[in-house]
Ligand binder design. Structure first.
Ligand SMILES: *Cc1c(COP(=O)(O)O)cnc(C)c1O
Length: 225
């Protein structure tokens, strides 16, 4: 028996999102039953952050689910998800980008990715500094990677109650998106995604030009680790 009314929660979150903001339902640590409930209610995009857990779910759940890998991805794990992953959201090094390109090529695919920015002040978070991201793009090496398509930026704001701080971090990310779009992707309509907003701050994210929010616990309930 599910303890959470997933369909009801999903409806509530979707009801609060502007129509042009996509929902990635973050299902990590939740069983198939929960994902199936969201799927039945129409949700098709799900986010996971552990390769083995994702593999089990991918093998047993409907094939038209779009899986987004949202966690930190080790280069030695890329090969396992490369055959089927719809988007890798948290690319934080050129090395990882190279590995995704290599594994995508092996699978005759082009894999969509986002570059992860580190803007929050928390120490433990991965991602490029703005200057690190500028340097990566300026190097031009990414242009040779024909099996990855950089579709935008992803970030996590500081996990705080202070809405103005969250807003200023997301605004910084949105402004940086404009800079990168202008300098490198002006002719690339596929560079269009701004992935920010989680359960506690997705409403703020929608005000700060997010195109994709990653919401977990508000839909599926607390995670049991
Ligand atoms: C777990 C996770 C989320 C979802 O967090 P909730 O607070 O449960 O909404 C979003 N983004 C990333 C990168 C995550 O790891």
């Amino acid at each position: 028996m599910m303890q959470t009314d997933v369909a009801e929660n999903l409806k509530r979150v979707l009801g609060e999102l502007p129509h042009d903001v996509r929902l990635v339902a973050v299902s990590k640590f939740h069983p198939n039953e929960y994902i199936e409930a969201a799927y039945k209610a129409g949700q098709r995009v799900f986010g996971e952050s552990h390769e083995q857990e994702l593999k089990k779910k991918w093998e047993t759940l409907p094939r038209d689910i779009e899986w987004h890998f949202i966690g930190h991805l080790q280069t030695n794990k890329v090969k396992y998800i490369a055959p089927y992953i719809a988007m890798i959201e948290a690319v934080d090094s050129l090395r990882l980008l190279h590995e995704i390109n290599k594994q995508a090529a092996r699978n005759n695919r082009v894999i969509d990715v986002l570059l992860e920015l580190h803007i929050a002040e928390e120490e433990t978070k991965y991602g490029f500094s703005l200057d690190g991201c500028r340097a990566l793009l300026a190097s031009g090496e990414w242009r040779t990677l024909e099996h990855v398509r950089i579709c935008g930026l992803m970030m996590m704001a500081s996990h705080v109650d202070d809405a103005s701080r969250i807003r200023s971090e997301m605004t910084l990310a949105a402004n940086f998106f404009d800079e990168v779009k202008r300098d490198y992707f002006a002719d690339a309509p596929s560079f269009c995604e701004r992935s920010w907003g989680m359960s506690h701050d997705y409403r703020i994210a929608a005000e700060c030009r997010s195109t994709m929010v990653r919401v977990g616990s508000l839909i599926f309930g607390p995670r049991i680790y």
